[in-house]
Ligand binder design. Structure first.
Ligand code: OGA
Ligand code: MN
Length: 214
């Protein structure tokens, strides 16, 4: 069940998405949820993260010119990870009711960017492929200051050289945007930088390839 505060956050995400295609929410989540995720990160080792690639399946490549982050996919085996998956599930239900988006599944990973790491300008989905519809990014960096850099830069869908806005990866900030619309980039940071990047997908099953929920 949603409490009133959560419902308000979800409603402002929904109306931002309608009006501008993206939403930035500061301290959107229950503090206990964010703190749990921070605790989870602090209890993970180097071996729990692996180098992120670009592209899917056969195309999967380790392209260190494009991205340098290390990732860990969330699963229901860990309580803290499950708490985030539950929250995303609530958001999915809300947005489906409110916007008829037909979001079907959600996948997400922790990302660790070490000082100097980046993710060059990219799209999370390409129009027509009907896979990733809505991107979420949750930041988990307490005491992040301007001088630490590492902003997320979101570009204008029409004029893709034009910056729309920069988001500091501050603890508890939740960004959502339409995956097929917005080119974006992670600038190098001066400190270690943690986020959870996630994607809601449509059900892309057909008679040959059933698409199980994640
Ligand atoms: C991604 C991504 C943004 C961030 O993983 O696709 O764009 O700020 N991440 O971590
Ligand atoms: Mn991205």
């Amino acid at each position: 069940m949603l409490n009133e505060a959560q419902e308000q956050v979800f409603e402002s995400i929904a109306s931002d998405l309608i009006q501008q295609g993206y939403s930035i929410q500061h301290s959107a989540l229950p503090l206990s949820l964010c703190s749990g995720l921070l605790y989870r990160i602090s209890s993970m080792n180097e071996q729990d993260f692996h180098r992120a690639g670009t592209g899917r399946q056969q195309d999967h490549q380790l392209n260190t010119f494009v991205r340098r982050d290390r990732i860990h996919w969330l699963s229901s085996e860990n309580t803290y990870e499950q708490a985030w998956l539950d929250y995303a599930g609530e958001l999915q239900r809300y947005l489906n009711r409110r916007l008829f988006l037909g979001l079907f599944s959600y996948e997400c990973h922790f990302a660790q960017y070490r000082p100097g790491d980046f993710y060059k300008k990219h799209m999370d989905a390409f129009q027509g492929q009907a896979n990733r519809i809505l991107t979420t990014v949750l930041y988990l960096n307490p005491d992040w200051e301007t001088q630490h850099k590492g902003e997320l830069v979101i570009y204008d869908p029409q004029q893709q050289e034009q910056e729309l806005l920069r988001v500091m990866p501050r603890f508890g900030t939740l960004v959502t945007f339409l995956s097929e619309e917005f080119p974006h980039e992670v600038l190098p940071a001066e400190r270690e930088r943690y986020s959870i990047a996630g994607w809601f997908r449509l059900n892309s099953s057909n008679s040959l390839q059933p698409d199980p929920p994640a």
